[in-house]
Design a protein around this ligand. Structure first.
Ligand SMILES: C[S@@+](CC[C@H](N)C(=O)[O-])C[C@H]1O[C@@H](n2cnc3c(N)ncnc32)[C@H](O)[C@@H]1O
Length: 220
């Protein structure tokens, strides 16, 4: 896994330096050829930081819409669907979306290939719940302001946004992907028109290591 993580970081770096920061994902998913052990973030189960938050807040999705950003292999989208939401889940990688459709062939989740940085206009002001986990941190920081403002626009009035990401202090060096976010970066959602409901900063077990995690909730 460590070896694979290094391979993935180098692949990302190569594409970022070539000015194509979102193209390595498709390369990785298509090369994986349905072997999930090749995808460092693929746990093949819903993110426990999401599940715990949904449980703690007794979230019921019946009659509500949800959007999962950069849905990867689909486990979080399926969890939201299980909780009653009508879910749209998108990823920039056609191979990841194909993988989701094959894994969850009976699912009612609508899996779509789309680019967060150029999303369908019909998603503006549409969703009651938006989940962003680990996509912002996989993009170079130069793209984060644009991505944050687009994510905020997905919310319907009073809609809720849940962000789950790695956290860092401003003085911490940024090396290779993932690029942990600072609290100030996450708080840019307020500049984008949202109100902060809750901000959590904690240590989280991620596979074999412990990482600093931010989990924040905003409302339109
Ligand atoms: C680190 S992975 C996290 C996947 C998933 N959210 C999870 O937690 O397992 C980031 C995901 O975002 C997708 N992604 C990256 N840039 C994107 C973009 N501009 N638009 C849509 N998806 C994107 C990648 O293909 C990848 O599946």
């Amino acid at each position: 896994m460590t070896e694979n993580r290094a391979y993935v970081q180098n692949l990302a770096q190569e594409y970022i330096e070539a000015g194509k920061p979102t193209e390595w994902f498709e390369q990785l998913y298509s090369q994986a050829n349905n072997d999930d052990t090749v995808i460092p973030w693929a746990d093949m189960k819903p993110n426990h930081n999401l599940v715990q938050w949904l449980d703690d807040h007794n979230i019921q999705g019946q009659g509500k819409t949800a959007l999962t950003i950069g849905c990867g292999l689909g486990d979080d989208a399926e969890e939201l669907c299980k909780r009653g939401f009508k879910v749209t889940a998108f990823d920039i990688s056609p191979s990841a979306i194909e993988w989701c459709k094959n894994r969850f062939y009976k699912s009612t989740v609508e899996y779509i290939v789309a680019d967060l940085l150029n999303p369908p206009a019909k998603w503006n002001h549409t969703f009651d719940f938006v989940l962003e986990s680990y996509t912002l941190q996989s993009l170079p920081t130069s793209l984060s302001s644009q991505a944050i403002s687009l994510i905020a626009d997905f919310l319907a009035p009073e809609g809720i946004l849940l962000i789950i990401c790695r956290g860092r202090n401003i003085e911490d060096a940024l090396e290779k992907v993932p690029y942990p976010l600072t609290k100030d970066q996450v708080m840019k959602f307020v500049d984008a028109g949202l109100s902060l409901i809750q901000f959590e900063d904690y240590l989280d077990q991620e596979k074999a290591s412990v990482v600093r995690r931010f989990r924040a909730t905003f409302q339109k």
